[in-house]
Design a protein around this ligand. Structure first.
Ligand SMILES: NC(=O)c1ccc[n+]([C@@H]2O[C@H](COP(=O)([O-])OP(=O)(O)OC[C@H]3O[C@@H](n4cnc5c(N)ncnc54)[C@H](OP(=O)(O)O)[C@@H]3O)[C@@H](O)[C@H]2O)c1
Length: 287
């Protein structure tokens, strides 16, 4: 049986959907905080809260392969992941696949500490493992298109840093390949898009597709953090995002190993396609 944590999250939902195409739904179990939220997944679900260790043992019973999708609770994640790894060991899980961060061992991004800790603890646990070091989602950027169109420009601090992003669907396909095929034990994959682009390239692509002139305006880190705060983002998060952009300007989000497309057997989604998708009108309710 394959179990997926964070299965009601954006990446987890895609993984469940794609796993169902590969084998019987009865072999899949969604490990979720809310089984009500999981009702539409079409697979069994088990209540699983990283912060409630008593839920973890029962959730992992009979699980062979676990996809541990990293938690979204930055700052609490190392402890949360440790609890899952300990429970997986006790439950006799045969393999843990963990979603980490691109170049987690060398990246300057502040997010990496918790991923490094989890990677080390997973390795020390003795459970066979595979580490998926995921790069940035293209959707992190396409989500800012409406704001850029409203404000007349993209803003950021990533300079001319090249970003090898891929879509969540690309990362989900890689996870499914690793979960359903042999030969991945002990492997650490650096997963990123085939194409690398800068925020100026993103602005140019949006300009091309909308027929409007939307430039990219590069800002000093503090100014960008202030701009994000001005858009309503909490200060701490705004500072973190601005800091990651500076990391991007130094190449932290660049990777040209193409390990993602090698795993999936298809090219990653081009930026132009992700932008076109983001610009599609939202479907009407009931349509
Ligand atoms: N590569 C990137 O660009 C990027 C960007 C953002 C995040 N990430 C990382 O990748 C992960 C997956 O991305 P995503 O887009 O799917 O994020 P997401 O939509 O925010 O999903 C996060 C999932 O984690 C679950 N979760 C959070 N706290 C939990 C807890 N205490 N116990 C059990 N489950 C808990 C959430 O459960 P609920 O459904 O109940 O809320 C949710 O299903 C994120 O959690 C984060 O670690 C990567």
């Amino acid at each position: 049986m394959i179990a997926i944590t964070g299965a009601t999250g954006q990446l987890g939902r895609l993984v469940v959907e794609k796993l169902k195409d590969k084998g019987p739904a009865s072999d899949i179990v969604a490990l979720v905080r809310s089984t009500t939220k999981a009702a539409d997944l079409g697979v069994a679900s088990r209540q699983t809260d990283y912060d409630r260790p008593e839920t973890l043992g029962p959730a992992l019973e009979g699980v062979n392969t676990l996809l541990l999708i990293s938690s979204s609770e930055v700052g609490k994640r190392a402890a949360q992941h440790r609890a899952v790894i300990e429970a997986a060991k006790k439950a006799g899980v045969k393999r843990v696949v963990y979603t980490s961060l691109l170049h987690a061992d060398t990246t300057p991004l502040s997010l990496a500490d918790e991923h490094r800790q989890t990677e080390a603890e997973l390795k020390a646990s003795g459970i066979p493992y595979t580490i998926l070091r995921n790069g940035w989602y293209t959707e992190n950027y396409t989500a800012s298109i409406p704001g850029a169109l409203a404000g007349g420009a993209f803003v950021g601090s990533a300079g001319e840093g090249r970003i090898s992003s891929a879509t969540r669907a690309d990362f989900a396909d890689a996870a499914v390949a690793v979960l359903t095929t042999e030969g991945h034990e002990g492997q650490t994959y650096e997963l990123a898009g085939d194409e690398a682009w800068t925020l100026s390239d993103l602005a140019a692509e949006v300009s091309r597709q909308t027929g409007r002139e939307i430039p990219y305006r590069d800002l000093p880190e503090a100014e960008y953090a202030d701009a994000l705060k001005g858009f309503g983002m909490p200060e701490g998060f705004a500072r973190m995002i601005a800091g990651w952009d500076v990391g991007a300007s130094q190449g932290a989000l660049f990777d040209d190993s193409r390990q993602l497309s090698k795993l999936t057997g298809r090219p990653t989604t081009p930026l132009s396609a992700a932008v076109a998708d983001a610009l599609k009108p939202a479907p009407q309710a009931g349509a």
